[in-house]
Design a protein around this ligand. Structure first.
Ligand SMILES: [Zn+2]
Length: 639
């Protein structure tokens, strides 16, 4: 019967939304069986749990969402379905999607990473067009990781075993860093020569272009005003090659990502030298993004979670001293102040931060500049008292662990400390001076999202300035929080189908029986009559096996990210009613009604031939008959 209406159906199909065209492009050249195999070998709870802690919540696990800012966890991980979904921002999907979004890497890279984690070799189909660039980037990152690992080892051997590292060894010993500690942190030494590292690396077979891409050596025409005056005698060697070492005569601190791979270095001069920076960091590379890494995090993760508090110090040596003295919940921002990205990472581990910055002006500036990012991420900020002329390193070595812990426990709320500082030299009788301070303070208060905390801060400041709380509150500018999702509401609405279709999607994804039932129906015919059936068609035409979470992951991996968001949400809903026949019946009725409407419209058109009219009348009667049959009590509807 449906067969006679090809023209009408074509009309209906043409009006549907376009299907995702580039699943294959997302999968790259990796066969879908391999994707399934990799999914099966990587438990999503373990994988996500290796990035940040997950708490058990019934059959699922939950955490604060890493993709948007929140105070109560709405990020759920389902071990049975091997999916995640955030009910706050809507992000969700398979284990692959998590790694893509969390690590900001492309899909094939995430697949390869998870394959490596599980010891699976990925054999790729050759010759994918457009994959060339991605492939080259991935290979470059691989080579750079290997180079960094070997470089860290070479620097470390210079420091620990070689004559060239003697002065550096002595210096570190004077700062309480023993050989054992230096080895634990893989500290190293870069000789004070122009081409020591470069010639070693070339002898190991590294290409000069890769060495330059790593930031460990610089091309000759890069100007380097800080280095040009130093080591005049070594300049002859520099002329011999087209490049020279970035790090010369420095103690080398490897900077690791949160899984402990070396991705950059920070080099410290042994003694202050005029015109040269005390600390020199790697430039941004394919591996290293400044402001996105916290020094020490790979080692202090667990302690941070247990303490629910991060002790933040400025330098690497401070951090190592604290850690080695037994204060292990420590991190250091690379550079001077916290970035928004670093604060967001930290918020996944702790709710509170104690700043242990130097008492000097630079340290105070760093503390102040860190504040906005920390407050924006709803972190409670306190400031530990560090006496002038001391730093956490000297302090913990002189006073010991217990005394330092007391400093942390006694650390004052940042606002108390800061109100006092801002108002210390303030003449409260001068209205203009008072207004100026009030405006400065109000700007920072605007970053406090928590209403209780904000109210408290406002009342403290207004009391200190002797103005009314409401007058001060009026000065606080409104901050606009950036939304996490780039997906337009329009696209979402287009994708989200009406209730019955959504229900059938859920059932088809969660129950083998429902999936089979629907596939046994003439579903293409029915769905072609209805709007918003895109997902249901995708699900039914896929080979997904709902009881097999790896197959589910492979199916999710074939979707566009925004589609994956929506489907992962369905998978994480509470168990829906499990009758598939009822919503399916309603869908069939809707399809028939729609055809009936179209036929009735057509029969009113002018200039129809008698034959047309007769055909349409037949069609209408036929459709009415079918609708009538479907409306009978259960048992007769489905053929
Ligand atoms: Zn979220």
């Amino acid at each position: 019967m449906f067969g006679q209406q090809t023209a009408l159906r074509k009309f209906a199909i043409a009006s549907k939304i376009k299907r995702g065209k580039n699943n294959q492009a997302r999968m790259g050249t990796i066969p879908s069986e391999t994707i399934e195999q990799i999914a099966a070998a990587n438990d999503i709870v373990e994988v996500i749990g290796s990035y940040f802690p997950l708490k058990r919540a019934g059959a699922n696990f939950k955490a604060l969402c890493p993709f948007h800012q929140e105070k109560t966890p709405s990020f759920m991980v389902s071990p049975s379905r091997q999916t995640f979904h955030c009910f706050g921002c809507g992000a969700g999907g398979s284990v692959f999607r998590f790694v893509v979004d969390y690590e900001h890497i492309d899909f094939p890279t995430a697949v390869r990473k998870l394959a490596a984690r599980a010891g699976i070799t990925v054999v790729e189909k050759s010759g994918g067009r457009g994959a060339g660039d991605e492939e080259r980037q991935r290979e470059l990152r691989q080579r750079l990781l290997k180079l960094h690992a070997e470089a860290a080892q070479w620097f470390d051997e210079n420091l620990i075993r070689r004559e060239v590292g003697k002065t550096a060894r002595q210096y570190l010993r004077s700062r309480g860093i023993t050989v054992e500690i230096a080895m634990r942190w893989q500290l190293g030494y870069a000789p004070d020569e122009w081409d020591a590292f470069g010639s070693w690396a070339r002898s190991r077979g590294y290409d000069v272009r890769d060495l330059i891409a790593s930031g460990l050596i610089k091309a000759k025409d890069d100007s380097d005003p800080t280095g040009s005056q130093r080591s005049v005698s070594a300049q002859g060697a520099a002329h011999a090659t087209a490049s020279y070492d970035r790090f010369r005569g420095r103690i080398m601190f490897p900077i690791c990502n949160d899984v402990g791979e070396v991705i950059a270095f920070s080099g410290r001069l042994l003694q202050d030298e005029e015109g040269a920076a005390k600390y020199l960091n790697s430039p941004e590379t394919a591996l290293f993004r400044k402001g996105g890494v916290l020094f020490g995090l790979d080692k202090s993760k667990r302690a941070l979670i247990e303490a629910d508090c991060a002790v933040v110090c400025e330098g690497q040596l401070d951090l190592i001293s604290l850690f080695e003295s037994g204060i292990t919940n420590v991190v250091a921002p690379q550079g001077t102040a916290f970035t928004e990205a670093q604060a967001r990472i930290l918020k996944r581990f702790v709710n509170e931060v104690v700043l242990c910055f130097d008492a000097d002006a630079a340290g105070q500036k760093a503390a102040e500049r860190s504040l906005d990012a920390l407050l924006q991420n709803d972190l409670i900020v306190r400031v530990a008292e560090i006496p002038a002329g001391e730093d956490p390193d000297s302090l913990v070595r002189r006073e010991g662990k217990t005394a330092f812990e007391k400093r942390i426990a006694d650390a004052r709320d940042f606002f108390d400390y800061w109100i006092e500082r801002e108002t210390a030299n303030l003449d409260l009788n001068s209205l203009s001076a008072k207004m100026e301070v009030a405006r400065t303070l109000a700007e920072t208060v605007s970053y406090v999202h928590d209403p209780v905390m904000r109210g408290e801060v406002i009342s403290k400041i207004s009391a200190r300035l002797a103005v009314s709380a409401s007058a001060f509150a009026a000065l606080v500018p409104k901050q606009v929080r950036k939304g996490p999702s780039e997906m337009t509401t329009e696209r979402r609405q287009q994708l989200v189908p009406p209730n019955d279709i959504a229900l059938l999607c859920i059932l088809a994804l969660r129950s083998e029986q429902a999936h089979q039932f629907l596939r046994a129906q003439s579903w293409r015919e029915v769905l072609s009559q209805l709007p918003s059936t895109y997902f249901l068609e995708r699900i039914l035409e896929s080979e997904v096996r709902p009881n097999d979470s790896a197959s589910l992951s492979a199916f999710l991996a074939s979707l566009e990210p925004e589609e994956e968001d929506i489907i992962s949400g369905w998978l994480h809903l509470k168990t829906p009613p499990n009758s598939v026949a009822v919503p399916w019946l309603r869908l069939r009725q809707a399809a028939l009604r729609r055809q009936l409407d179209i036929a009735k419209d057509r029969i009113r058109l002018p200039e129809l031939s008698t034959g047309d009219v007769i055909n349409l009348q037949k069609q209408i009667l036929d459709l009415q008959e079918q609708l009538h049959e479907l409306s009978q009590p259960a048992g007769r509807g489905d053929n």
